[in-house]
Design a protein around this ligand. Sequence first.
Ligand SMILES: [Zn+2]
Length: 286
Amino acid sequence: MSCQETHELIHGYVDGELDLQKSIGIEEHLRNCHECTQAYKGIRTLRSAISDEVLRFKASENFENRLRSALRSESKSGLKPGFLRWRWILTVASIVGAVIAIWAIAPIFTRQSAGDVLAQEIVSSHVRSLMADHLTDVPSSDQHTVKPWFDGKLDFSPPVRDLSEQGFSLHGGRLDYIGNRPVAALIYQRRQHSINLFVWPSTEAGDVNEKVSVRQGYNLIRWVNGGMNYWVVSDLNLAELQQFVQLLKEQILGRASLGSQIPGSSLSLVPPSAIKKPPRLRDSKI
Ligand SMILES: [Zn+2]
């Protein structure tokens, strides 16, 4: 993929709108092109900065009144009454139209459930860990080092699994704070993508199957299993992230049940054909 193609597709990539093949094409290009990587990082930083709640501006109560009186005093000066009246009617009509449109559409986008708030916290924490260069408190690829590190720091013992043989290498662990409680964050790496896996005890009665969502260009998968909440977040493409979740579930379930067959342990969110490797790019330097 050329620099120009990358520039044309980069926003779609950041928004998670590209198919797997294009995503991997861009990732290959970013690995070899410093200039496009800088542009990509700039877009990512800007996105997470402007999506911050702190920057949202809510109009004050009397804003509408002030706007109306400003319009009134404006309309008193100069123009013919008939024209003014029509202009006023048209203005009001378009405002009413816009308000109705926003009223009809807004709830779809702005309704915030507890899950949405949690998802936002997860993404923010993921972005913070990357920006502040604070991915790990205990940098280690050894699960037998990472797991005991959490002893005494949390009131539960998170399952830590090494998946480096399957291409998802464990990079360490970190204490984090999500949903008003301390949680375990485990960090995995896939190519240049960091994956944050958050784990904490669940208050839900049974298991919950995977739910996939996209937020600020990051893919999220959450599920509940064996009394634990799991949230995975990464800019890795969805197919590979689902593969990661599947491997993780198999490892955790496999150990918990000493290899016995557990119904529902194999996922079918993405058909195997979608996970196949894309054709190698001709000009790839790898
Ligand atoms: Zn480039």
